[in-house]
Design a protein. Structure first.
Length: 273
């Protein structure tokens, strides 16, 4: 167990779920977000990560639970690294399970980031292993059972109107501009002028609302778009050009710091799924 390894692929029976099995030693995740939820079961070692300004640690048997669009990092605490199974279900899937259970409407939110729930950890791990082995019936059954337990025991519910009102209009407008201009982003001054704000005020408000400054947020949505292009079979060099990265090496650096694997390995695993 002296080598780093990571395999990222799509769940064979549920296209709304991605899977990652990894052992990291020196790899460090940069500040990044996921579109969907992140449920990771630590199998060995200890992971340390920053989450909402707090440095947390998770050891064997723990579940690391990160809500969508929540900035976090990740690295090993000890020289032997840490190993885990990560599951990334889409918001729609988690909301669908909540609706089936008759739970309150709204977006499920998990307030605790490091959970100690042995039953849920066993189900999540079993669902992941079934997905790894291609057992579609077991994988889907176990996953829904695991999500149901997590929702019933650990979730709170936030209405979409409440989420929208928490972000200033200038930040929402600036975010929309960045989504539209991946390849030719404006300067901070141009962005602030476009949304009717002062540059430093926008910078501060944007970081407070999203957890990232505008330039780092831009790289996150570039990686997100890169994943969609790679899913469609686009070659990494072309993906780099179409998402505004300087070159393939620039794409690879940001992609691996966010996803955990290089874009080429990600593309091959998606094509084989």
């Amino acid at each position: 167990m002296s080598q780093e390894r990571a395999h990222y692929w799509r769940h064979p029976a549920l296209p709304e779920v991605d899977l990652l099995r990894a052992r990291f030693i020196t790899h460090r995740f940069g500040r990044h977000v996921h579109e969907g939820y992140n449920f990771s079961v630590i199998e060995y070692g200890v992971e340390e990560f920053e989450h909402r300004g707090t440095l947390l640690r998770a050891g064997p048997g723990s579940i690391v639970m990160v809500n969508p669009d929540t900035v976090h990092t990740g690295q090993a605490v000890h020289p032997e690294g840490w190993g885990y199974r990560g599951m990334y279900p889409a918001v729609e899937l988690v909301a669908d399970v909540a609706a089936e259970l008759g739970l309150p409407s709204g977006t499920p939110n998990f307030p605790e980031t490091v959970l100690h729930d042995p039953a849920a950890a066993r189900l999540l791990g079993a669902a992941h292993r079934a997905g790894e082995h291609g057992d579609a019936l077991a994988a889907t059954s176990l996953l829904r059972s695991a999500l149901a337990g997590m929702l019933q025991r650990h979730a709170q519910y936030v209405g979409t109107a409440e989420v929208a009102s928490a972000m200033p209009a200038s930040v929402r407008a600036a975010r929309d501009i960045l989504h539209e201009r991946l390849v030719d982003p404006p300067s901070l001054e141009e962005l602030a002028e476009a949304v009717g704000a002062r540059p430093f005020s926008l910078l501060r408000a944007f970081r407070t609302a999203t957890g990232l400054p505008p330039h780092a947020y831009l790289n996150q949505i570039r990686v997100r778009e890169a994943r969609r292009l790679l899913d469609a079979g686009t070659r990494p060099a072309e993906v780099a050009t179409r998402t505004g990265f300087a070159d393939q090496a620039h794409l690879t650096r940001h992609f691996k710091r966010t996803v955990g694997v290089p874009p080429g390995a990600y593309r091959r695993a998606r094509a084989a799924a």
